[in-house]
Design a protein around this ligand. Structure first.
Ligand SMILES: Cc1cc2nc3c(=O)[nH]c(=O)nc-3n(C[C@H](O)[C@H](O)[C@H](O)COP(=O)(O)OP(=O)(O)OC[C@H]3O[C@@H](n4cnc5c(N)ncnc54)[C@H](O)[C@@H]3O)c2cc1C
Length: 423
């Protein structure tokens, strides 16, 4: 079993190989992290005329942006109903609309930059793991239509086989706004577009400190120093101690994925008749889909720790997959890998500024579209093309007990497991 992401194996040329540039001495904007956030910010700023360097401690796109499930769906991790309970209606509506615009942005970027990343808008299916969850979903579908004008199609249990090849679920809702892509190809395509726009993509260069200086910032890296007028930190689940006040606001958590060998075409049709993206309604949810070449990709997070053993995690994920799809029992697992999510205490993404350094992060496992969007948003803000963003206006909380070391993750995992049993 291979323990690197399947998506990276599929790249004709790993994103970093042809791209890496020497460390420039001076730039207008230095960006730390080369996922969707950093790359779209870089592209946006370079197109506005700025000199930009993206600094990546590993290879370009190495983080969650090349490791995720490739599911692109509207909404933020905090549900739209909770947004309306937490904020006044205009702000809640603006945040919801941003999540729709973010899906459109992915489509627009893939099209405008000719990124061959298997983007398809086939919709997603939210599956009810319990009877009570299906009742809540039906109620939710009415609320979405009446409050947001957003159509969600309810699929009762008896009709589920038209969507999915299992009887394990109690019903579902379908959202046709969503799509799917090959995440590493999307990251590689964004990197190429940024490079063509003049961005210096600097790999294997860890940013070790950022200090204020007369001209802006003195950025110290593992390969020397760089001067930058502005700095953006775009490190999400890989955020380290660069800015301690930022580290206290984002919690790294692990998410795990396995991929099978290609399924027989008949098994593909039975498993996913419409090729949609799937996720269930548990706190410790499973997300799954067919890959563009017809494999089952099955993901989840049994514990929240980012460092679980990849063989054990593959065994646990396989058990869940076979429980849901008994007809996949004989299909071998070819890949098992993990990546880091950036969780926030309010389950919302944020743009902010600490000691003069800008940042955008906190996608809570829902970041393919919204990370791209916040990358664009912070690029537009810094270039002056935009003067406000709702993600800049909402407060970004921490907790007194969190100093950047997430000691409480095992406790939180047990709490969510209990909620899955009880709710
Ligand atoms: C297993 C998994 C499955 C997921 N599935 C989905 C999904 O299906 N749909 C969805 O919407 N979202 C999903 N997500 C979430 C989504 O992938 C992320 O929200 C998104 O990719 C975040 O992008 P980013 O650019 O902010 O961060 P990342 O892509 O994580 O990039 C951050 C980068 O910063 C670099 N870095 C950190 N510190 C430094 C430093 N000091 N110096 C230099 N570089 C540094 C890291 O090496 C890393 O490459 C998933 C995430 C994981 C891990």
């Amino acid at each position: 079993m291979i323990t690197t992401p399947f998506w990276i194996d599929q790249l004709e040329q790993p994103a970093g190989q042809a791209l890496t540039a020497p460390l420039p001495e001076r730039v207008d904007v230095a960006i730390v992290g080369s996922g969707y956030t950093g790359l779209v910010a870089a592209l946006t700023l370079a197109r506005a005329g700025a000199q930009v360097a993206v600094l990546e401690q590993q290879t370009i796109g190495w983080g969650a942006s090349s490791r995720n499930g490739g599911m692109v769906s509207p909404g933020l991790k905090l549900s739209a109903r909770k947004l309306f309970a937490k904020f006044d209606a205009p702000l809640a509506r603006e945040l919801w609309q941003a999540s729709l615009d973010a899906v459109d942005l992915v489509e627009d970027l893939a099209t405008a930059e000719s990124i061959d990343c298997n983007w398809r808008r086939d919709g997603h299916v939210h599956l009810a793991s319990k009877e009570s969850h299906f009742e809540a979903m039906q109620d939710n579908a009415v609320w979405f239509r009446e409050t947001l004008g957003h159509p969600l199609r309810v699929v009762p249990r008896g009709e589920l086989r038209s969507e999915i090849g299992t009887d394990q679920y109690y019903g579902a809702v379908v959202d046709d706004y969503s799509g799917g892509l090959q995440p590493a190809k999307f990251a590689a395509g964004l990197a190429q577009a940024a490079q063509h726009a003049g961005v210096a993509l600097v790999e294997r260069t860890e940013v070790q400190s950022i200090q204020r200086a007369a001209f802006g910032f003195h950025v110290m890296t593992s390969r020397g120093a760089l001067q930058a007028e502005e700095v953006i930190v775009a490190t999400n689940g890989y955020t380290g101690p660069l800015l301690p006040e930022l580290q206290r606001r984002v919690i790294p958590a692990g998410s795990y994925i396995i991929v099978t060998a290609p399924l027989h075409p008949d098994a593909q049709r039975i498993t996913s008749p419409r090729g949609r993206m799937f996720y269930d309604s548990k706190w410790f949810l499973n997300y799954f889909r067919l890959t563009p070449d017809g494999r089952m990709l099955w993901g989840g997070r049994n514990s929240l720790t980012p460092d679980a053993d990849l063989i054990k995690s593959a065994q646990a994920l396989r058990r869940q997959m076979v429980h849901t799809f008994p007809h996949l029992v004989e299909v071998p697992i070819t890949h098992s890998w993990s990546g880091r999510l950036g969780l926030t205490f309010d389950m919302l993404p944020h743009i902010g500024r600490i000691d003069g350094v800008h940042y955008a992060l906190g996608y809570n496992g829902h970041g393919v579209s919204i990370a791209s969007y916040l990358g664009q948003e912070i690029g537009l803000l810094l270039s002056g093309a935009k003067t406000r963003s709702p993600f800049l206006e909402i407060p970004h909380p921490t907790r007194f007990f969190y100093d950047g070391q997430p000691w409480f993750l095992p406790l939180a995992a047990r709490y969510f497991q209990a909620r899955d049993l009880l709710s």
